[in-house]
Every structure is written in C-alpha cells, then in structure tokens.
Design a protein around this ligand. Sequence first.
Ligand SMILES: Cc1cc2nc3c(=O)[nH]c(=O)nc-3n(C[C@H](O)[C@H](O)[C@H](O)COP(=O)(O)OP(=O)(O)OC[C@H]3O[C@@H](n4cnc5c(N)ncnc54)[C@H](O)[C@@H]3O)c2cc1C
Length: 305
Amino acid sequence: MANEFLQYQATLEGFGCEVRADEPMKNHTSFKIGGNADLFVTVGSEDQLTAVAGFCKEKEIPLFVLGNGSNLLVSDRGIRGVVLRLGGAFCDIGFNEDGTIHCGAGAQLSKLCAFALEHSLTGLEFAWGIPGSCGGAAFMDAGAYGGEMRNVVVSCEHIDLGTGERGVFAGEELDFDYRHSVYSGGGYVIAALNLRLEKGDKQEIRAKMDELMGRRREKQPLEYPSAGSVFKRPAGHFAGGLIEQCGLKGAQVGGAQVSPKHAGFIVNVGGATCEDVMGLIEMIQKTVREGTGVELECEVRKTGE
Ligand SMILES: Cc1cc2nc3c(=O)[nH]c(=O)nc-3n(C[C@H](O)[C@H](O)[C@H](O)COP(=O)(O)OP(=O)(O)OC[C@H]3O[C@@H](n4cnc5c(N)ncnc54)[C@H](O)[C@@H]3O)c2cc1C
C-alpha cells in the first residue's frame, strides 16, 4: 500500500530532523520483529521535538514514541504515521545545581548506570542490564532485583502531545506503580528525567552491578532476540514458574519459542513474526488459565497496525 505520509517528509526534514521513510521496525526492536514505520523521525533538540509534535497534531498524523524498542511487539504490518525517536541532546547526562542527575530520555539506561558508577552514586545498580532507554524505563517504571525506577526518579520533563506544551510531573504526580506510570496511557513525550542517587562506594557499586549482570546472563536467554519478560508478575506467583509448570517450556509457534532457559521469555529463534508471538502468547494464556486459574497479563506492549 502507498505510504500516504510521504508527503510530509520534506516538511519534517525542514525542522532539522533525520527522517527515513518505510523504515523496518525490526531493525529497532530487541525482538527483531515488526513491519515498516511510514516515517521514522529522529529529533535531536527540544525545538525539533516541539516542531514535530505540533506538526503531527495539526495534520492529525499518528505519532508513536519509540524508546529503545526493548519492550515492544510491533505488528507485521508496521506503524502508520510517525515513529519518533529521541537522539542528539536527548541523550545527554549531567548534574543539576542541586546535585540531582539530569538525564535525557533518549539516553540508554546502561549509559546512566555507567554515569552513576563513574561518580560513585548508588541506587541504580538494579537497572544495569535492562536494555531500555531512560524514557522507556520511566514510562514502564522498569525494575529488577528489588529496585525500581520510582525509587530514584524525582521528576520527569515532558511535552504534552495534546497541547504541545512542556510540563513536569514530580513525586506523586508520576503515579508510579508496578510497570506503570502517569505516562502509560500515552499522550506525552518524556524528554528528560531528574534522579536522586546517594553517595556510595565505587567498588561496592561495581561489584553489585557485576553480580546482577551475572545473574541475568545465567538465567536469561540473552543469546536470542526477545523483549524480556512477556508477562507481568501475577500476585503471589512468577509467570515463568506457572508457564513451566504447565509444560510449555520450548513450545513454539513459527519462529517464536517459549525459552527453554527461562519460561517467562519468548525468544525469536529465527524469522518470528508478530503473528507468531501473538499466537504463542494466546496459547500460553489459555493453557495457564486452564491449568492454574491464573490470568497472565502482558507486560510487552503491542503496537502498530
Ligand atoms: C533481555 C531483556 C531483559 C529485560 N529485563 C528487564 C527487567 O529486568 N526489568 C524491566 O522492567 N524490564 C526489562 N526488560 C524490558 C524493557 O527493557 C523495559 O521495559 C524498558 O524500560 C523499556 O524501555 P525502552 O526504551 O526499550 O522502551 P520501548 O520498548 O521503546 O517502549 C516501551 C513503551 O514506552 C514508551 N516510551 C518509550 N520512551 C518514551 C518516551 N521518551 N516518552 C514517552 N513514551 C515513551 C513507548 O511508546 C512504549 O509504549 C527487558 C527486556 C529485554 C529484551
């Protein structure tokens, strides 16, 4: 089908952004799955971001904000309209005057963890190995090994896609909950995070990061493309444990497989499509519901046509 949004490419480029037409989303998701984005736009400054957001609103162009694509299942038919990625100045990390960290939402979470280590700041060790962007981590309230973003994020700066205005949510306003934030309903681009960490001992911080990364390597199928844990943790259970208990380790639909190493992960063992993964998710949910009475809810976010 013709790309009806191509007509806007030149205007978007005129804002100084990098724009790619018909960009394969499988190149931008950790699952290595997804059809084409009509327009894949990388913004490098606040001015470019507000210009693109305003233009998309004016022309009623659907806009999807991409982080690092590590919690996404993109449809085989791709994404209509604009996929927005934060680059340039949105990847900068530094200190505010009050000693908190100011971090662009496009920065890799791993870069933020390395920054914290470099400055002997503790509190983010849990996030070492989560392959997201800082914006995506705030959006999801990403967490692991007893730590969560909500413990360290003081405030987030954003653009409201409805009004085009800049704003800030702080403290309670962020509405953090398990894999949830005020941003989860969409309608905002998170531009930056402000975080408070504590002074710590560099050797201890490094040792903790190494230990947690070791646990990931041992338990998780990092050798295959995936989007991490597919399901949220149901109260009182572990999703992986329930899936394993139902005999689903290794179950496969097309190129999508329940990881034999960690049943909470679906891995792409070669050429998996979104449809394969969706089929496997439905099979898992049905089997676990019938076998244990527990309803598994997706943590991975499905997007696209
Ligand atoms: C091997 C592996 C291990 C993982 N381990 C963990 C783990 O231990 N703990 C955990 O919590 N997660 C884990 N994940 C999942 C994933 O890394 C996290 O959910 C991460 O926070 C997603 O960030 P992202 O930048 O990749 O977001 P994306 O996947 O790109 O996007 C996720 C959602 O956030 C939105 N979004 C992203 N950036 C912005 C922004 N700037 N403004 C507005 N909305 C935005 C997107 O629109 C989308 O709805 C793992 C994934 C993999 C592949």
